[in-house]
Design a protein around this ligand. Structure first.
Ligand SMILES: Nc1nc2c(ncn2[C@@H]2O[C@H](COP(=O)(O)OP(=O)(O)OP(=O)(O)O)[C@@H](O)[C@H]2O)c(=O)[nH]1
Length: 591
């Protein structure tokens, strides 16, 4: 029986009725902005996206992207530590370029997911194309807002692959934090132009001078290159756009070469199948073209393509250097994997390198609460992992809970957000087992070595722990402590992953208290592998031992300098940092 919907006065019927299908989508207008909702089995669920008020200039007019040759394009990401103001700055840039209306309701527009709005954090990178007039020329700026939390850093590394530059936002009060450093290095290693932006200068405790010096010391970027802004109040934000045009180079894409595009993000739309976000490295593509996925070798016909403003805005074509979306009848999740390359059917190209797989740090089992819901949960997990390719998926089963999966996440917050998205976006009801970290076991039993085909195995499921008698040793993840980027062996410690952040933070604080200030600023960092999880900064100090030594008594001056040198000898040198023995004792005693 078709389900009948009675349109309410202030509701707008969006997608019609499907024969024998109890799913309907409507848009309802509430307090000035429009929300799309999905009705499934007589239950209202809020959809993942909120369509915000757009400005009149951003109404769906025809956009001819051919007027933007490569030299009129700038692709950039906004990167920063959590809460330093990336999404707020993105709002201002969208407003200033007319993509959204300037109203109090348009807050963190690029945080489209319900989970992002509820938690007030970004978990998915989002793209928006802006048109910006500068010195009589109109530029196409493609902005990607990224998450700040370490658990979503995979989003940052993927976004960076579609860009030539970044805005590195630093809070004028908090200064450089762990993810500022980690994200800086991601951009630096990708050889992108980095524009430091000191945000929140309106705060009472803002100290932009100090932050400018930090940026100069840590990243070797002259303080004159920093832009001081208040994203909240819109102070000096216009300068950010001017500098994007001036300092970020255009993409090196060539229009005359065959079409080649990198899939840097994908979502699954319940009605239209896979929507792939692509960055065009060369050539052009238009509606009706036959494109091939290099990963699967499958051919698809382009049904729709366009730019994100930040909502989908169809266009006729996309050209080299541009960033947009493409819908090509891909109904299966595996049809558009993130990192895949698309090319024209008749012009095969060498695929782009794609992305390094993410390394899972936390594992948990996920099972449907009711086994009859296994097929629908499988489809939900597949669709969500298309949108979040950093989740590792392995089939699993348990005597008590039945068939399910063992999923690998980048951290506990990542795990929570994934489960919340399963519930909110797919109406899934799941049982999640206690999270564990991956362990390694060095096997001694020849039988087991033969069975696994190797001597060292990784265990992500506690039930697969081999018998103690068959194992030489078990290994678990550990933190290294870094002083100005150099590891300190003595402080390397093994802790449970759950306690890694707290232990790392506490030891960084203790080290900061114990290491005397030196002639230069010192970054004390706790890291797991190359991932920095906590950080403290020891400010620079310049002690002039000759300050009280008046006149030209050279022997007295020599004595003072010798004494200073002897004092330094007592300290252990690590790289270029002097660490007194007491500092080690203090920190280790604390354990
Ligand atoms: N006073 C002041 N507050 C700001 C400014 N910019 C952002 N904020 C506030 O800082 C908080 C975090 O801002 P967001 O824009 O969500 O930060 P974010 O970096 O996008 O956060 P994540 O994406 O979760 O990492 C919000 O409460 C903003 O209102 C500013 O210039 N001044």
């Amino acid at each position: 029986m078709p389900l009948l919907l009675k349109p309410l006065s202030n509701h707008l019927l969006f997608a019609g009725l499907f024969r024998n299908v109890k799913i309907c989508r409507i848009k309802r207008r509430s307090q000035g902005y429009t929300e799309s909702c999905t009705l499934i089995r007589h239950r209202w669920i809020k959809n993942t996206s909120c369509v915000r008020e757009s400005s009149s200039s951003a109404q769906k007019q025809n956009i001819d992207l051919s007027q933007f040759p490569v030299d009129k394009i700038r692709n950039f990401s906004i990167i920063a530590h959590i809460d330093h103001g990336k999404s707020t700055l993105a709002d201002r840039l969208l407003e200033m370029t007319g993509a959204i209306a300037k109203t109090d309701r348009n807050k963190q527009v690029l945080d489209k997911l319900q989970v992002e709005r509820e938690r007030g954090i970004t978990v998915k990178a989002q793209t928006a194309s802006l048109f910006y007039k500068h010195e009589g020329q109109t530029y196409l700026l493609n902005l990607i807002d990224t998450p700040g939390h370490v658990d979503f850093s995979y989003e940052v590394s993927r976004s960076i692959s579609a860009c030539q530059g970044v805005l590195l936002i630093v809070d004028a009060n908090e200064g450089i934090q762990a993810q500022t450093v980690a994200n800086f290095y991601l951009a630096f290693e990708a050889q992108l132009s980095i524009i430091p932006v000191i945000n929140k200068i309106d705060l009472k405790n803002a100290d932009p001078d100090r932050v400018e010096k930090q940026i100069e010391t840590m990243f070797d970027i002259p303080s004159e290159e920093c832009i001081r802004i208040s994203a909240k109040l819109g102070i000096n934000v216009d300068r950010v756009l001017q500098e994007v045009v001036k300092r970020i180079p255009p993409p090196t894409a060539k229009l005359e070469e065959p079409f080649k595009a990198l899939v840097f993000d994908s979502t699954f739309d319940h009605y239209r199948g896979v929507v792939a976000n692509i960055a065009l490295f060369s050539g052009q593509v238009c509606k009706g073209d036959k494109i091939v996925s290099a990963h699967l070798g499958k051919t698809y016909e382009v049904n729709e393509l366009g730019v994100l403003r930040p909502d989908e805005h169809p266009t006729e074509r996309l050209y080299a250097g541009q960033v947009g979306y493409v819908i090509a009848g891909m109904k299966e999740v595996k049809d558009a994997q993130i990192g895949d390359t698309f090319y024209h059917q008749k012009q095969p190209v060498e695929p782009l390198p794609g992305f390094k797989p993410a390394k899972s740090m936390v594992f948990a089992g996920i099972y449907p609460t009711d086994q009859s819901e296994y097929p629908s949960l499988r489809s939900a997990v597949e669709k969500l992992t298309l949108n979040d390719s950093s989740v590792m998926v392995q089939r699993d089963s348990s005597m008590a809970l039945g068939a399910g999966w063992r999923l690998g996440f980048l951290g506990l917050l990542h795990m929570e957000v994934f489960n919340q998205r399963l519930e909110q976006e797919y109406n899934a009801s799941v049982i999640v087992t206690a999270p564990t970290v991956p362990y390694k076991a060095v096997l001694s039993s020849p039988k087991l070595i033969k069975e696994y085909g190797q001597e060292v195995i990784t265990i992500v499921n506690p039930t697969q722990f081999p018998e103690k008698s068959c194992v030489v040793e078990y290994q678990e993840p550990m933190i290294d402590f870094l002083l100005n980027g150099k590891p300190v062996e003595e402080l390397t410690t093994i802790v449970h992953k759950d306690q890694a952040y707290n232990t790392g933070k506490a030891m960084c604080v203790k080290l900061k208290e114990s290491i005397p200030r030196q002639m230069f600023e010192i970054a004390v960092q706790a890291a797991i592998g190359s991932k920095v999880i906590a950080r403290e900064t020891i400010k620079a100090y310049r002690k002039n031992v000759l300050a009280k030594c008046y006149g030209g008594d050279i022997t007295r001056k020599m004595k003072l300098l010798k004494k200073q040198a002897e004092g330094k000898k007592k300290m252990r040198r690590i790289g270029n940092i002097d660490v007194p023995k007491d500092a080690f004792i203090n920190v280790l005693k604390r354990k």
